[in-house]
Design a protein around this ligand. Sequence first.
Ligand SMILES: [Zn+2]
Ligand SMILES: [Zn+2]
Length: 306
Amino acid sequence: MALNYRDIVHPEDEKALRQLQNTPGVKLIAEKIVNMGYEKFYRNLYMADHVRLGPDQLPEVYNLLPPIAEKLGIEVPELYIQQQPAPNAWTVGDKHPLIVLYSGLITALTKEELASVLAHECGHILCHHCLYKTVLSLLQSLAVMGGIGLGVDTLLSKPLILAALYASCYWSRRSEYSADRAALIYTEDIELNKSALLRLAAGPRSVSENINLERFAEQTQMQDDQVANSMWDKILYTILVSEKTHPFMTTRLAELNAWGKSAQYRMVLDGMKNKSMVSSGAKCPGCGAEIEDAWKFCRHCGYQLK
Ligand SMILES: [Zn+2]
Ligand SMILES: [Zn+2]
């Protein structure tokens, strides 16, 4: 069974996206992006100013990507590196989305953790998030700089731009839960995904190696208790989160944990395995590991098999 985005999409993501699609300013910007082929803005930017990875360009990073795309059932997207110290990644575009890894992410994570982040980004593609992530990025530029191109700055008033931005951030935070689920489907190793999230919160391995993940996860309950017991804390929390494009890290951990224990997660994995586990014993020419007949890329080293 091929993976369908409906297998992993978080119900709050789906609901918030429907609301977002009917938000007036958002609809206008999304149409402009699609009709004007605005994704080329980003392709030009990244092609001109950042390093595009491939089988011959930093293969130790690039080769992580094709097996992930294959397992999640999407086309292999273009992959770029951007010189930025923050450990971050993002996916932008519409018909042909591209993934950007910040250099700080590559130095902060192990290769396996990096694969889980790439799978998260591919999850955004699978769940059709990229158009609205691009809308969000454009709205952020409009709100901060007063407008770049597309003519939307002359069509939308500042209050409408801000309202659309808040609605986009609200959805974006929920979209992260679905992408985290995609990452778990790829790695099938929840501890690995959790340690990748920990590094995003606490810094590279040199800093975060000895941090206790369980203690960190307990902060979710402490935060929930704090908000539950005080209206003022609840107001502050709402203000704090409202402009964020991502949920707080402890919330992401809690959501990931809950889905990792769910029957839905098991069912999706079992369904995928029934199809892909057939092996006639062939070995990968790249690394020698046993490979399954259906694979196009070795899941161990990224070697192209077909
Ligand atoms: Zn994401
Ligand atoms: Zn291999």
